[in-house]
Write a protein that binds this ligand. Structure first.
Ligand SMILES: [Zn+2]
Length: 309
């Protein structure tokens, strides 16, 4: 079943007692918003739901929350799902955009996850250290890193209990055996809270946009047992390579080609041993703390390994 069809089914279920409407009609409305107008799915869903609420003369509270399911943080591994979480607010960060009321990190015994609360959702403020049950939040994914979005259908209840937050930090010691595509000098979508990496000047969500340059490395680090995917953000990349974003831009401009940056970085780091520490998000480890090691520099063995991947 397609994504749109699944969401259409959910919405249809909510209204089946109230309106004579077909799943196909719901699906068509959703598809128009998502495919033609490039509206993000959670907004499209809200908009279509509002349309039917109006048609049925109902308030949102009259509907059952329907499809959302109680999960733990570690269970969040699909985007666009409606879930219920009970979690503690570990940190609040400064929103980078007026459309976001609050952004920060939630945690439960199984791990941590970023949350975003939209300004227009008009929800009560979450406090740092507070424990809340959050019903009807939507999952999202960016580079294997999951987050949840609190929206106007979300129900927030403060809980009078403390919960322990699981530690999901990883430490990897091993050889950096490969650098994946999408590394080096990249362009990101400049839209509020999007930052998706552009493919040929296009954002998956916002279409053609004027991208903003960024540096990042997606690497494979082999600890002798497993291969781990590690992401270095701009700061981690600058620290690792000694190459600044400005220098990388100059280098690409001189060559009239951005791939020279990735080539230069790969030549510098592939085959080197590192100790990498950082949080785990989905299948990725984010490199927070990196130390170069004097590893067994058997370059030939490493190359054989890299080629076989
Ligand atoms: Zn975008």
């Amino acid at each position: 079943m397609s994504d749109v069809r699944q969401h259409a089914d959910d919405i249809h279920d909510q209204f089946s007692d109230h309106l004579d409407v077909s799943v196909e009609d719901v699906e068509e409305r959703l598809a128009t918003l998502v495919d033609e107008y490039k509206v993000p799915m959670d907004e499209a869903r809200r908009s279509v739901t509002n349309h039917y609420l109006e048609e049925a003369g109902l308030e949102r509270d009259d509907l059952s929350s329907g499809s959302s399911e109680a999960v733990n943080v570690e269970d969040v591994d699909e985007p666009e799902e409606w879930v219920d979480l009970t979690a503690k607010v570990i940190e609040l960060w400064d929103p980078r955009s007026d459309s976001v009321a609050q952004v920060g990190l939630l945690g439960d015994p199984t791990g941590t996850i970023k949350f975003t609360k939209w300004a227009k959702s008009d929800l009560p403020a979450l406090e740092e250290g507070g424990v809340y049950s959050l019903q009807n939040v939507v999952t999202d994914e960016y580079q294997g890193r999951y987050s949840v979005k609190l929206n106007s259908t979300t129900i927030i209840e403060e809980r009078d209990e403390d919960i322990e937050v699981g530690d999901d930090t990883s430490v990897i010691e091993g050889a950096l055996i490969d650098m994946q595509s999408g590394s080096g000098l990249i362009k990101r979508c400049p839209e509020d809270d999007c930052t998706r990496v552009l493919q040929n000047g296009r954002c998956n969500e916002h279409g053609e946009v004027e991208g903003e340059f960024d540096l990042r490395i997606k690497a494979v680090v082999d600890d002798g047992l497993d291969a781990h995917e590690v992401i270095f953000d701009k700061d981690a990349t600058e620290n690792l390579t000694g190459l600044s974003l400005e220098e990388a831009k100059d280098m690409a401009m001189d060559a009239l080609d951005t791939t020279v940056v990735a080539d230069e970085i790969a030549a510098d780091i592939v085959g080197t041993y590192y100790r990498i520490e950082g949080p785990t998000f989905g299948r990725y480890v984010l490199a927070d703390d990196v130390t170069e090691l004097d590893g067994p520099a058997d370059a030939e063995e490493l190359l054989i390994k890299a080629r076989s991947m």
